[in-house]
Design a protein. Structure first.
Length: 215
């Protein structure tokens, strides 16, 4: 076998020599490329994309809802069912006023004072001034009952309730006190305040108290 040609050996040596000479420059170029890519965010982008593919974090928030109790209508007069008014208890004061009767005048005695027109239109009310009778007594009509009280007494519900002095007429003198037990379910206490006889106009002034009373 023939020995390799001397020129061929020299050529191979020159290739390896050039590679060795270029080695440091090639390594430096690779390092520069990596630095450039890192600065451009190539690897950061890879990391970001990888992180973004992870499942999203779920935040659970618990909300407690308290149900309100159903509203209950308050027990007040405004919420009371409509219809007949509640019955008053016996002895409850329903009205207090004065009333003036003309000669032979009559009036219905309720919770409120009768008007002048009502007095003129009445003939058989709860109290009647029988002026034409001897002594000008006071009486009652409409089936009511009259009971007397001591002269000068102040009428009260209990005094009227407990009186046993049943009568048909009472004096028209000032200070006279009596009671009228009405068929309408009321008790009335009457006191004569003043009386004008012999002058015009002739009239009598009565003080009236009205209470609830079981018929």
């Amino acid at each position: 076998m023939s020995k390799p040609d001397q020129s061929s050996q020299q050529s191979q040596k020159s290739v390896w020599t050039r590679f060795a000479e270029l080695g440091p420059a090639w390594i430096a170029s690779i390092g520069t490329l990596i630095v450039a890519l890192t600065g451009a965010g190539f690897f950061a982008g890879r990391v970001t994309v990888t992180a973004s593919n992870s499942p999203p974090k779920v935040i659970t928030k618990t909300v407690t809802v308290t149900a309100s109790a159903p509203a209950t209508a308050a027990s007040s007069p405004g919420n009371a069912p409509t219809g007949s008014p509640a019955a008053s208890s016996d002895g409850e004061l329903l009205g207090s006023y004065t009333v003036t009767l003309p000669r032979d005048g009559s009036a219905t005695l309720g919770p409120t004072a009768p008007t002048a027109a009502q007095i003129l239109a009445s003939s058989e009310g709860d109290v009647v001034w029988e002026y034409e009778d001897g002594g000008a007594p006071l009486g009652t009509g409409s089936g009511d009952q009259m009971v007397g009280l001591a002269n000068g007494a102040t009428p009260t519900y209990q005094a009227c309730k407990n009186s046993t002095l049943a009568t048909n007429t009472e004096s028209s003198n000032p200070g006279t006190a009596f009671c009228v037990i009405e068929t309408a379910g009321r008790m009335v206490g009457v006191t004569v305040k003043s009386v004008d006889i012999g002058i015009n106009p002739v009239n009598i002034v009565l003080s009236v108290l009205v209470w609830s009373n079981s018929p």
